[in-house]
Design a binder for this molecule. Structure first.
Ligand code: HEM
Length: 101
C-alpha cells in the first residue's frame, strides 16, 4: 500500500523525502487517501509512540549530520527486496567520515 502507484503516483517506489515536506499525514491526504500512510497504524490501537519515534528520529539524524558525512560505498548494489518492509538485498555499505578529520 505504501508503494501503490495509484495512490502515490508513478514514482511510488522512489525514495523521495519531499513527498513528506508538509508532514506525513498531509502527504497521504495529498495522495487522495488520508489513511494511505499506515506506518503507525490508525484508530484506537494505533502506535502511542508515534510522536516520540518521529522526534527521536529527527534528533538522532541531527546529531549524526552535525559531525559526520555519509557516502554510499562504490560497492553498493541497488537491489531492494520487500520483506514486510523494503530492505537492501545485499546490505547498504556506507562510508562514514568525521567532518573535522
Ligand atoms: C518508527 C518507530 C515505530 C513504528 C513504525 C511503530 C509502529 C507501530 C504500529 C504499526 C503499531 C500498531 C500495531 C498493531 O496494529 O497491532 C504500534 C503500536 C504500538 N506502539 Fe509503536 N511504532 C514505533 C515506535 C514506538 C515507540 C518508540 C513506542 C513507545 C515509546 C511505541 C509504542 C507502541 C505501543 C505501546 C503500541 C500498542 C498500542 C495499542 O495496542 O494500543 N511504538 N506501533
Amino acid at each position: 500500500m505504501h508503494r501503490d502507484r495509484e495512490v502515490w503516483g508513478h514514482d511510488a517506489g522512489e525514495f523521495n523525502p519531499l513527498r513528506f515536506r508538509d508532514g506525513a499525514a498531509r502527504a497521504a491526504a495529498a495522495a487522495g487517501i488520508p489513511h494511505a500512510l499506515l506506518s503507525f497504524s490508525i484508530g484506537p490501537r494505533s502506535c502511542i509512540g508515534q510522536g516520540f519515534a518521529m522526534l527521536e528520529a529527527k534528533a538522532a539524524m541531527a546529531a549524526m549530520l552535525r559531525g559526520l558525512s555519509f557516502r554510499v560505498s562504490p560497492g553498493y548494489v541497488h537491489a531492494p527486496v520487500d520483506l514486510i518492509t523494503l530492505k537492501p538485498k545485499f546490505g547498504l555499505p556506507v562510508i562514514v567520515r568525521l567532518l573535522d578529520a
